[in-house]
Design a protein around this ligand. Structure first.
Ligand SMILES: [Zn+2]
Length: 443
């Protein structure tokens, strides 16, 4: 392989828009037929809606294929064959991989993959890593728990496929992981934004300066932080490295990636995925840039438990301009902006946790952790924002408070009750942070 080539797949990543759309349409028809013919769940869903494989003749037909919700997947798995249920499209003996969702929004969903699916996972990740500058000379350190969650498992195999040297940092604790990075002079790593910042903190406590360590690039997933400019900057400054975002999910696959152009968005891998953006209020499919909606996604080549018009609840929007890197895959602006169920109305205003994160992480004197609690006092919504003062700013709350209030008002159009805490007072998270709590639903 030519290690200087710009794209992992120079053909797929530079196809004309017409060709990409034609390819997606052809693949969607094939996927729909696959699900209809091999899964009892999909066949009955589509029969009830009166839509069959030969009925898919236009994009309009694609848009009216029934969506699959996460809650349906949980019900499916109470059926045979154990443990996956009747959306399974292959004989059980062809399943080679078991993963499950983290269950942050309820009962976990089991995810089977065949060996072919697993190779597809690694291929999807190869696009991501190559676009982020990973090359065979890289030594990649993976500081995550290798267990039932997919996390960076496929990234591990993709990095090997590229020819990188891969160091699994599985059961080590944070300190041991940092020492291993130092010992081996690792050049790249992958983690959630929360953990990237937490590792930098730990390194400093150990008397090491993460900025002078050898990490050159960091790939993030699991939380939107790497697409929030101020959080990205904090990570890049802490490690003296480039930080790139990516989004993926157990039930979907690794569907999008930031490239080295860092154009403020993520490329959808349109060779393997069909992304539709649906207006949350009207259900209309949004083709134009600049309008937020929720993502309906299909994994066009995944077989064991297919992902056909999955209602991901991720809120995204198309970017205006194509990316300067030359890839023709469309960009989603600012990455995944939140989840449709997280972006709640407070005092009648749409509140996005990402906007609060951007303000907190852009305020000098504040630490990386924060917590947002929405509750009700009588009939009135109240938002409490808890932040931490870094040690150098202890006792200087008066200096920070007016600036923080102004920025929050400007970016979110809402007022907050502010609580200042000492460094270390708020909870730390190793996997997915739960910084946003809406207590109104509990009442
Ligand atoms: Zn690009």
């Amino acid at each position: 392989m030519d290690t200087e080539q710009k794209y992992w797949n120079p053909v797929a990543e530079t196809l004309s828009r017409e060709t990409i759309r034609a390819l997606q349409f052809k693949k969607f028809k094939r996927l729909f037929r696959w699900g209809y013919e091999h899964s009892r769940f999909h066949r009955s869903l589509y029969d009830q809606a009166g839509i069959q494989p030969d009925d898919i003749r236009s994009w309009e037909d694609v848009h009216r294929v029934p969506k699959v919700e996460k809650s349906m997947m949980r019900d499916i798995q109470r059926k045979d064959p154990f443990p996956y249920g009747d959306a399974l499209c292959v004989p059980l003996e062809e399943v080679t991989e078991f993963r499950q969702t983290s269950g942050t929004t309820g009962q976990p969903v089991y995810q089977p993959d065949t060996w072919q699916d697993w190779e597809w996972w690694a291929e999807c990740w190869s696009y991501i890593l190559w676009a982020q500058g990973y090359r065979p000379r890289d030594r990649v350190f993976l500081p995550f728990g290798y267990n039932v969650f997919v996390a960076f498992w496929a990234a591990h195999y993709a990095a090997e496929k590229l020819g990188c040297e891969v160091v699994p940092g599985g059961v080590l604790d944070t300190q041991a992981r940092i020492l291993k990075i130092q010992e081996l002079r690792a050049t790249a790593m992958m983690a959630t934004p929360t953990y990237v910042l937490g590792m930098a903190d730990t390194a400093r406590k150990m008397g090491l300066d993460p900025e002078t360590m050898t990490i050159e690039k960091i790939t993030c997933a699991g939380e939107p932080g790497a697409s929030i400019p101020t959080t990205k900057r904090r990570m890049e400054d802490a490690w003296g490295a480039k930080v790139y975002d990516h989004a993926g999910a157990t039930e979907i696959g690794a569907w999008c990636y930031e490239c080295t152009a860092q154009a403020g968005g993520l490329h959808v891998n349109e060779a393997f995925f069909l992304v539709e953006i649906e207006d949350i209020d009207t259900g209309r499919i949004i083709e134009e840039p600049g309008k937020r909606g929720k993502m309906i996604i299909s994994a066009l080549d995944r077989q064991a438990q297919p992902c056909i018009r999955f209602d991901s609840k991720d809120v995204i929007e198309w970017a205006e301009a194509p990316c300067p890197c030359g890839r023709t895959f469309r960009l989603i602006k600012g990455g995944v902006q939140g989840r449709a169920d997280d972006i709640t109305k407070v005092k009648g205003v749409l509140l996005s946790p990402g906007a609060i994160e951007e303000v907190v992480r852009g305020t000098t004197g504040l630490g990386d952790e924060f917590e947002v609690i929405v509750d009700k006092v009588g009939d009135i919504d109240r938002i409490t924002l808890k932040v931490e003062l870094i040690p150098e700013y202890r006792g200087r709350r008066q200096e920070i408070e007016p600036r923080l209030k102004d920025q929050l008002r400007l970016k979110t159009n809402l007022g907050y009750v502010l609580e200042f805490h000492e460094t270390g007072a708020l909870p730390r998270y190793e996997v997915k942070a739960k910084r946003f709590k809406d207590l109104r639903k509990a009442h």
